[in-house]
Write a protein that binds this ligand. Structure first.
Ligand SMILES: Cc1cc2nc3c(=O)[nH]c(=O)nc-3n(C[C@H](O)[C@H](O)[C@H](O)COP(=O)(O)O)c2cc1C
Ligand code: SF4
Length: 704
């Protein structure tokens, strides 16, 4: 007789309603003398919230929220050991003076009280130390930089952005100095003294930053280090600065404070740059010098070209292989990073590919990842949508913003205050803005009903999954949350002002999205081309709504797709669109903003000859910078013709209008005229895509 047995993992999963148990991720762990309650790490992410080198209240609140959310180990955003020398930011933590010890102590106590351990990341920023340039010091490098960075991506930056890019350096021109023996002895001592101050403040660990193009990294990498003295040439010589720093730090802090070393597992776009196998040799050298853990990241030489490869990868688990290679080489714990989901992280640990998993942006988007996993609430984790809005602020020396989490850098916004007067709140529109408003209002105790004209929730964000699948996770999360919170949802219900007045709610929130207008002079401007707006395109691909201008055959295919259920699932549409797309061979996209570029890539990948015509001088606005630079590069690599500062539409059968979008909510005027308390949010209020939708919704729903 066959007997079915449940493993303990299956049993836990069963008890948690079919969710994975995440046993490996939630298991306790150890790094050096530091014991940790689970394997999830918050990696260093600059908050740029320090006051004169001290951790501010807002920054302490940020780390404490992640500690309270269950994260095993908190690593602070990179601090400068000789601040302001060797600093990349005016607002980063300083470890250069005893006067900073009280603020480090306050942070340690707060994180400990919330149940986590604290590690500080210490660094000298070498060739990227903008504060050195601002204060007229040369940048320390192993060797003078060779060649010039390709800066063509900057043509898609506005003047305002270009000015802000020079914030840390005060817009001054950098000078370089090849570090001599005295400089290097000073650097080693600064690391040792900085680590000692951190240890006196009570930290559990320090992380030596030997990655991301900073000083120690540039000595390790043959791409930057061209020296022929004892600090360059052989791999031993290139590793010398790192190992001497590790030994000097260990001498100062003893064995009770752990040392992690952050290394690049790979250097993208750099001739002679580090490879995973070379990184493994450096990892062993670090271990032999006294490191307790290796944190495996990666970097790209040109941030204006390849930032979405490193240090912030766009592909899921992009650095998995690098961590695995290093794990095989060392005996100390390995921390992996790089868009690692809880599922993949759990699998990596259980397969012995790493010991700990860092989740960076995911923990900016939701500080409570670990607690939600423990509680079997995986679906309640607010997903990071890989939009790069957070890190764009780093380029401006400013605190990060999160598109999906308005409470980043202001944790007070995360505390939703229960209402003392329960109101009936009616929301019109089921896109991200409407859903987020519903989520917050319902969480606060209001009675919320949401009306959506189409047959599904998600609005244009649902359709954007076609070109940007990461947006889908946000729509799924919002829908899961509003249903969990008991929001009454009415689909296929288009309400007029009269309907709303009859329903007589206490508050109305209009979230009907932007209007995508047809061009006024369609026939003069585009001749006999078929002209589609975003709405037409959606109707074409999903078989829903009215398609203006499409041929009989195209409409028939759209209808068939709907009948066979292909178009109700956007992942299926994405898949099938590789085989059939109801558009001709040549497509012109009018508008090279966020939507236009994403669409151009999608169509080019499906064999279309695409031209993008943008009236303004810059492409990709308002995409966050690193993503914008990559998106422009990607479509150009796909052969898409890009025309900036142009209104000339080339002759092509199909023209897609990806601009001409306006914020309108006429129904709101009617309701206000009738005396109803009415709010307008999201693109209906001001076209701001997902970030604008989520932030404006939160602002209104917190206040009603
Ligand atoms: C806003 C922001 C700031 C960052 N600052 C640092 C930093 O100070 N030091 C560092 O080593 N890495 C920094 N990183 C990189 C992260 O530690 C992490 O390696 C990266 O985000 C990839 O992980 P993820 O895909 O889980 O976000 C930063 C990332 C972000 C998003
Ligand atoms: S801003 Fe975007 S990329 Fe950054 S954490 Fe938030 S959702 Fe993720």
């Amino acid at each position: 007789m066959k007997v079915f047995r449940l493993s303990s993992k299956d049993a836990t999963q069963f008890l948690k309603g079919g969710e994975m148990g995440f046993d490996s991720l939630l298991n306790t762990g150890r790094i050096g003398a530091m014991s940790l309650s689970n394997r999830v790490v918050l990696p260093a992410m600059d908050m740029n919230l320090c006051d004169d080198g001290d951790f501010s209240k807002a920054e302490i609140a940020h780390y404490t929220a992640r500690a309270a959310g269950g994260v095993g180990l908190i690593i602070t955003g990179t601090g400068a050991v000789a601040w302001p020398s060797g600093a990349c930011s005016w607002h980063q933590p300083s470890f250069s003076d005893d006067r900073h010890i009280p603020s480090i102590s306050a942070l340690v106590q707060s994180v400990h009280a919330a149940g986590s351990k604290l590690c500080v990341q210490i660094c000298h920023h070498g060739k990227t130390a903008g504060v050195d340039t601002a204060q007229d010091r040369p940048l320390l490098v192993p060797s003078y930089p060779q060649g010039k960075l390709d800066l063509t991506a900057l043509q898609d930056n506005t003047m305002d952005e270009l000015i802000k890019l020079g914030s840390a350096s005060h817009g001054k021109q950098a000078r370089y100095k090849e570090a001599d023996e005295d400089d290097l002895a000073w650097v080693i001592e600064q690391f040792a003294q900085g680590a000692k101050r951190a240890s006196r403040a009570g930290v559990d660990a320090v992380e030596i930053h030997a990655a991301h193009g900073y000083l120690v990294n540039t000595f390790l990498s043959a791409g930057y280090n061209k020296r022929t003295d004892r600090w360059g040439g052989s791999i031993e010589n290139r590793g010398r600065l790192m190992t001497e720093i590790i030994r000097a730090v260990r001498n100062q802090i003893g064995d009770l404070v752990a040392i992690s070393v952050r290394l690049n597992g790979m250097e993208y776009g750099l001739q002679d740059g580090m490879t995973p196998s070379e990184a493994a040799i450096f990892a062993v050298m670090a271990q032999d010098a006294g490191a307790d853990a290796i944190h495996v990241s990666a970097n790209a030489h040109n941030p204006f070209a390849d930032f979405t490869d490193g240090p912030l990868p766009s592909a899921e688990a992009q650095y998995r292989e690098y961590a695995r290679i290093i794990k095989k080489a060392v005996t100390i714990p390995v921390i992996a990073v790089g868009r690692i989901s809880p599922e993949i992280g759990d699998e990596m640990i259980s397969r012995g590919e790493c010991d700990f998993v860092s989740m960076g942006r995911q923990l900016l988007a939701d500080p409570d990842v670990v607690n939600k996993l423990k509680a079997g609430q995986r679906k309640s984790i607010r997903p990071c949508i890989n939009c790069y809005v957070c890190v764009e602020q780093n380029f401006f020396d400013a605190p990060p913003k999160c598109a999906v989490n308005p409470a980043l850098c202001d944790e007070s916004l995360a505390q939703l205050v229960s209402t003392s007067h329960t109101k009936r709140v009616l929301i019109v529109g089921g896109g991200p803005a409407g859903l987020e408003a519903a989520r917050i209002a319902a969480s606060r105790g209001h009675l919320v009903s949401l009306y959506e004209a189409s047959s599904r929730l998600g609005g244009t964000a649902w359709f954007s999954k076609l070109t940007t699948p990461a947006n889908g996770a946000l729509v799924d999360w919002l829908e899961h949350e509003v249903r969990r919170l008991g929001v009454q949802i009415f689909l296929k219900k288009r309400l007029s002002a009269v309907d709303i007045l009859e329903l007589a709610p206490n508050e109305v929130i209009i979230a009907t999205g932007a209007i995508r207008n047809r061009p006024v002079n369609e026939h003069t401007d585009y001749g006999d081309s078929r002209v589609y707006t975003g709405d037409d395109l959606r109707a074409l691909l999903t078989g829903e709504g009215i398609v203006t201008g499409a041929s009989q055959k195209t409409r028939l295919v759209a209808r068939l797709a709907r009948v066979f259920g292909i178009s109700s699932n956007i992942s299926r549409v994405r898949y099938w669109s590789k085989m059939y797309l109801p558009l001709g061979k040549d497509v012109t996209i009018v508008g090279g903003g966020l939507v236009g570029l994403e669409l151009a890539e999608f169509l080019a990948e499906r064999g279309r000859t695409v031209t993008v015509v943008e009236e303004q001088a810059h492409l990709g606005l308002p995409m966050a910078m690193p993503r914008r630079w990559s998106a422009v590069q990607k479509v150009a690599n796909h052969g898409v013709q890009l025309r900036r500062s142009s209104t000339d539409v080339v002759a092509s059968k199909d023209v897609i209008i990806a601009n001409n979008v306006s914020a309108e909510a006429p129904i709101a005027d009617e309701l206000r005229a009738a005396g109803m308390s009415t709010h307008v949010i999201g693109d209906a209020h001001d076209v701001g895509y997902i970030e604008g939708a989520i932030h404006s919704a939160g602002k209104v729903a917190r206040e009603i």
